[in-house]
Design a protein around this ligand. Sequence first.
Ligand SMILES: Cc1cc2nc3c(=O)[nH]c(=O)nc-3n(C[C@H](O)[C@H](O)[C@H](O)COP(=O)(O)OP(=O)(O)OC[C@H]3O[C@@H](n4cnc5c(N)ncnc54)[C@H](O)[C@@H]3O)c2cc1C
Length: 422
Amino acid sequence: MMDAEQAFDAVIVGGGPAGASSAALLAQKGRNVVVLEKDIFPRYHIGESMIPFCWYPLERIGMNEKLKDAGFIKKFSVQFVSQDAGASVPFYFSRHMDHPSAQTWQVERSSFDKMMLCHACESGATIKKGVAAKEFITEAGVTKGVRARMPDGSMQDFLAPVTIDATGRDGLACSRNRWRIPDKKLKKIAIWSYYKGAKRDAGLDEGATTVAYVDDKNWFWWIPLQNDRVSVGVVGDKDYLFSDGRDLEQILDREIKKNAWIKDHVSTGKRVEPVQATGDYSYRSEYCAADGLVLTGDAFSFLDPVFSSGLFLALYSGVLAADAVDEALSVGDFGAARFTEYGEKFRGGLEAMRKLVYAFYDPNFSFGAVIKKHPHLRGDLTDCLIGNVEKDFDALFEAVSEFADIPEPVPHGNPHIAPAPA
Ligand SMILES: Cc1cc2nc3c(=O)[nH]c(=O)nc-3n(C[C@H](O)[C@H](O)[C@H](O)COP(=O)(O)OP(=O)(O)OC[C@H]3O[C@@H](n4cnc5c(N)ncnc54)[C@H](O)[C@@H]3O)c2cc1C
């Protein structure tokens, strides 16, 4: 028997952008949902730069008005800078579209994620902070909820006909079921820190994301944040970054000196946080769903962050999962097959971004070369970069394949449909 106090329409594990967007939308649809978040917010998280199409899922859950008043740095453009700082061509989103999404934000994740979770709470979701899900509760292979460690150390069951795994790169379902499959070609690591007092560009460019190249296809992100802070990180192959040892500060300093634009911009600043690193870069789960279980955001897949697609994909999949779960609740069917369309849409978005990421790392690829040869595809390329992932990009990737190897779609990631009993 379920304990009535713990019986919900959906249990959502993880209160990051994916979990919070699912929770907000389901609660707004009148569903009784609980979010279990192991940390106490605000908490630090990497991944600060949004892309324009974040606007759409945020609009669906009613967050855009709140973000307008939050004081985050406005992002109007992205630019790609060569190693000698020569080829800086800012791309302004407003030149591509006349829409509110043409301005997006650079967000301190501690503030943004807290706002998102508060919004889910204000929408009617129950939020349990400091509660870490430890295992799935299953009956005859069907997920019925999770067993979680409470802040006082006790264990408690949270039961529902459907559980959304939004645990980010921790990946509860992936780790418990060994579902995580790495994308072997995208084996990069990232090393980063934060600087205060670094140079800011003027006007609309103040909030631009800069992607700056070092030694071929290794690259920096430069993301201006509030309070005169900037997030600066370098991404590259392990062998390249660790070629002179593993001291993270030394590696970051060494790489900064290599790119003239980054070196100049950082010159007036002071590092204000320890240098951090992460590996285990890109992966996808073997399955996007199982009976009574759906995976969203990074819990399903992580993609190299060169095009800042992570927040968008988390929000996009968060609302898609909420729609699929709401439908499942309406018909009382929580079988894995119900989440087939969800998985197809999410994977479609991931594949578009993944092809572009592969192209980016190909030594023969450059945006300029593709657009020079196929100027009519500039709009398609831009659409892909800003997150308009439901568009048909066949013509674009046909053209890109003249310059770079385009990967076949990842074959896994469908729902886990258990064989019918004999
Ligand atoms: C180096 C790097 C740079 C990046 N840069 C960018 C960028 O510029 N722009 C961008 O859009 N994206 C970027 N990303 C990606 C972005 O950070 C993620 O895609 C995004 O945070 C995914 O959101 P999520 O909700 O799926 O997961 P998360 O944001 O990780 O949230 C998951 C939540 O689940 C909680 N949790 C985990 N396990 C449990 C458990 N067992 N029980 C309860 N709670 C649990 C965690 O505490 C966390 O709060 C970057 C990522 C990396 C690694």
